[in-house]
Design a protein around this ligand. Structure first.
Ligand code: 5GP
Length: 129
């Protein structure tokens, strides 16, 4: 069965898109740790990061680096943290999280954003790419 992220890639489920190329997609996490929390995914549906072929793994890291740099410019933060967890959605995704304190990295403390705020954040990050 297709993962929720494959449905997002196919446009069957909406997302706040930040960046896309032939092989990768970046969009805002729907339950963010902090404003600008973004997920980068390969369009190829693979569950675990370390099971990616080397080309897709390197491509994902390079794509995530570009998006992370854009987040650093667009969002007021101390730095952008990167994490790969994958316990909830079995489709490889890199979390890029604007960090101001350790709390932002815990996945325990979440921020609520309106539709308008999500749209504004996504377009601010996209504009830096
Ligand atoms: P993990 O699998 O790394 O533990 O976490 C999955 C992440 O995907 C969570 O941070 C969660 O908020 C996010 N997520 C789950 N479903 C959706 C969705 O339908 N849309 C978006 N944008 N994010 C989602």
């Amino acid at each position: 069965m297709a993962t929720i992220f494959t449905k997002i890639i196919a446009g069957e489920i909406p997302c706040y898109k930040v960046a896309e190329d032939d092989n990768f997609l970046a969009f805002l996490d729907i339950n963010p740790n902090a404003k600008g929390h973004t997920l980068c995914i390969p369009k190829k549906e693979v569950d675990k990061l370390l099971d990616l072929d080397e080309g897709t793994y390197s491509g994902l890291m390079s794509f995530s680096r570009k998006v992370g740099k854009a987040i650093e410019e667009a969002i007021d933060c101390n730095r952008v943290g990167m994490a790969v967890i994958g316990l909830e959605v079995p489709h490889v995704h890199v979390h890029l999280i604007p960090l101001n304190s350790m709390k932002d990295a815990t996945f325990q403390s979440k921020v609520q954003l309106s539709d308008a705020e999500f749209k504004e954040i996504a377009s601010k990050i996209s504009a830096k790419l």
